[in-house]
Ligand binder design. Structure first.
Ligand SMILES: [Zn+2]
Length: 138
């Protein structure tokens, strides 16, 4: 039983050596599983694992991106909102002096657009952080 020729397989019921092609044991009559039937089940689980892992991974990779992007947008938005008043002040003081000079072109005030952009960036950033936190908790 220990030294088996490669062209024979052990009967799972009585342990007697049988030809690989035998479906039934020549000694006890029990069923012998064919060798080539035993090998294929090893590869399908690999495919199943791949199919299982693929749909799960996108959300788990997405949430850190959403969190980082959202936090960046919130920082940029707050920075825009913080800078907008001083931009408004400097443009206003420049234009006040400008009115005394007939050759000076008054500057347009970008602080309104900066405030609007800042508010929009903070809102989008908060939404991204909330979505990222939700994906993380799943
Ligand atoms: Zn047998």
């Amino acid at each position: 039983m220990a030294a088996l020729p490669p062209e024979s397989s052990n009967c799972p019921h009585c342990g007697a050596p049988n030809p690989v092609s035998a479906e039934v044991c020549a000694y006890c009559g029990g069923r012998i599983p064919a060798v080539r039937v035993e090998t294929p089940p090893i590869s399908p689980p690999l495919h199943d694992d791949f199919r299982l892992v693929t749909p799960v991974e996108p959300p788990s990779r997405l949430w850190p991106v959403l969190l980082v992007l959202g936090i960046l947008l919130i920082i940029v938005g707050i920075a825009l909102l913080a800078v907008a008043p001083s931009v408004h002040q400097s443009v206003e003081s420049f234009n006040n002096i400008c009115t005394q000079n007939p050759y000076c072109q008054p500057q347009s005030d970008p602080s309104g657009a900066m405030s609007a952009g800042g508010v929009a960036a903070v809102i989008v950033g908060v939404v991204l952080v909330v979505v990222g936190a939700y994906l993380r908790s799943r």
